[in-house]
Design a protein. Structure first.
Length: 114
């Protein structure tokens, strides 16, 4: 699942994943992602950090604390400041990519977590 509030970024991520042979659902924020996780068992979440209603860090903490199904969660953020990666990992994310993300980086990440 792609958890991202920006429609352009959503479509770009879908295009890249589709070209690699993957399909993905979309959630516009952390709350929507939590709802969809109760309906489906996603293997991997591409979780953007800054979103309205519930950001990626809060959503990840909630998933790790409450859900029995534990997908791989990858942070995708434009914030490449020192300490951001550590904050994402501390929240329970499994991996981290800083935007802009190249298609080959996504492909390598998907292979890593298959």
């Amino acid at each position: 699942m792609i958890v991202e509030d920006n429609p352009i970024n959503q479509q770009l991520a879908l295009i890249v994943l589709n070209k690699m042979g993957y399909s993905a659902d979309l959630a516009e924020n952390g709350l929507e992602a939590l709802q969809k996780l109760h309906e489906n068992k996603y293997e991997l979440l591409l979780m953007y950090i800054q979103m309205p209603e519930m950001d990626g860090l809060e959503a990840t903490r909630s998933i790790r604390k409450n859900d029995s199904w534990q997908p791989v969660i990858v942070a995708m953020t434009a914030n490449a400041m020192e300490g951001d990666k550590e904050e994402c990992l501390k929240a329970g994310m499994d991996d981290y990519l800083s935007k802009p993300v190249k298609p080959e980086e996504i492909e390598a990440l998907l292979r890593k977590w298959e």
